[in-house]
Design a protein around this ligand. Structure first.
Ligand code: COI
Length: 327
């Protein structure tokens, strides 16, 4: 029987895991622990390990896995910047990621755009103290905006399709272009995105090339008052450049579901802790900055799909088969 170690298990994943265990006839060993050098031993006797995105899967974990014969790895996340896939493959591992539908993240992206356009954060603050005044809350309409979408993979393309319903002008930039996006948006170079867009939303994977692609220089090229949206990875944007952009009002609003160095913070209950991320604490106070705790992915449909991809791919690998999400 195929045995799989499942790390980082949340309560809301358990029902689907149980269902798959019965359906696929596999043995799942569940733990809430992360997949780290000190927890690899838990996977002893298993052919594969499934995990989320909080820990870096680098040389130390890989070597320990290899020693234990745990040669199949699956991250239940779409992003795989936390896994050294190149080294893993060199060492003979088979690796997969999750291929959940893009709509949950795309809808959340649209929600963030609308929240900042309609000053929802200060409106909510006011309502909670019985301040029902209008001053300062006048919004703007998406239909009058030029929106730039950087990266038109599955999520970026879904964002473009949804934006089309709002009748705004859409510009797109992507390493790989596609015909669905071409129906609704014009592909342009990044310089044009920076120069012409009122809102810029980023949907590229985090790589060495894309790290800090939004920085002092690129922000300087943008329109005054530009709105920046990030539901991809915090490290795509240089946090110091963002902070200065907000302080100088070059950036009119910022909404981010992700944050540089969020790993020890997001998805944890830290009410009684000392959180060491000064940039986050500082940026969070501004009325035109909306920060959410990496929840854009978190829908019932996505969780089902993440768990399914994670387990099915490891079963396929154990049976010597191929799987669509193999990296
Ligand atoms: C992903 O799937 O890549 C995500 O961003 C969500 C994950 C961190 C749980």
């Amino acid at each position: 029987m195929v045995k799989i170690a499942v790390y980082d298990v949340r309560e809301d994943e358990k029902a689907k895991l149980k269902q798959l265990e019965a359906q696929l006839g596999v043995e799942l060993h569940l733990t809430t622990e992360g997949f780290r050098p000190d927890t690899v031993e838990f996977a002893k006797g298993c052919s594969g390990a499934s995990f989320l995105g909080q820990n870096d899967i680098g040389e130390e974990v890989l070597i320990k896995c290899k020693e234990l014969g745990v040669m199949h790895l699956s991250t239940r996340t779409v992003g795989f910047n936390h896994v050294d896939v190149k080294l893993a493959k060199e060492l003979g591992f088979r690796v997969s990621n999750a291929g959940y539908p893009p709509y949950g993240v795309a809808e959340f992206t649209l929600m963030l755009m609308l929240m900042v356009l309609r000053s929802y954060k200060p409106a909510l603050w006011r309502q909670q103290v019985n301040d029902y005044s209008l001053a300062g809350l006048q919004g703007r309409e998406l239909r009058n905006m030029t929106v730039g979408v950087i990266g038109t993979g599955k999520i970026g393309s879904a964002v473009v399709e949804m934006l089309h319903g709002f009748r705004c002008r859409i510009l797109a930039n992507s390493a790989v272009e596609n015909d669905v996006v071409r129906q609704y948006a014009e592909y342009v170079d990044l310089e044009t995105i920076y120069k012409e867009c009122d809102i810029i939303s980023i949907h590229v994977p985090l790589t060495e090339e894309s790290r800090h692609m939004i920085n002092h220089d690129t922000i300087a090229k943008m329109k005054d008052g530009v709105i920046l949206i990030n539901t991809a990875r915090g490290e795509l944007m240089d946090i110091h450049a963002l902070t200065e952009g907000i302080e100088s009002r070059k950036i009119g609003a910022l909404a981010m579901d992700v944050f540089e160095n969020e790993h020890a913070i997001y998805h944890q209950d830290l009410k009684n802790d000392i959180i060491k991320n000064r940039e986050m604490a500082y940026l969070r106070q501004f009325p035109n900055v909306v920060l959410t705790q990496h929840i854009a992915f978190y829908t019932n449909a996505n969780v089902e799909s993440m768990v399914q991809c994670g387990i099915e791919s490891l079963v396929a690998f154990a049976n010597g088969e191929t799987y669509a999400c193999e990296l």
